[in-house]
Design a protein. Structure first.
Length: 94
């Protein structure tokens, strides 16, 4: 027997939450990986993008999620696609 309408909503909410958490984790990992490849400190990236102190650390640890504008700014700064930055499977760096 299938899930009730209410059960499907709960399942979809949980599945969506897991997917978002995984994406945030992948983004943070990619951000740190790209930053370290270039030998940049967190403070340097914050200065380049006019971010407040500690912001990059929070993004890398998955404590915060970037908005669309900042996501595009990170992608441009590192010369990668947004899909790659978000850790989408099969995404090319650019």
């Amino acid at each position: 027997m299938g899930l009730s309408h209410r059960g499907r909503d709960r399942y979809n909410d949980r599945t969506h939450c897991r997917a978002v958490l995984l994406m945030v984790h992948r983004f943070g990992s990619r951000l740190k990986e790209l930053r370290l490849e270039r030998g940049w400190r967190q403070k340097e990236v914050e200065a380049m993008l006019s971010l407040r102190p500690g912001a990059v650390s929070q993004y890398e640890r998955g404590r915060r999620e970037p908005g669309f504008d900042l996501l595009l700014a990170f992608a441009d700064l590192f010369g990668v696609s947004v899909d790659y930055l978000l850790g989408r499977p099969g995404a090319a760096r650019r």
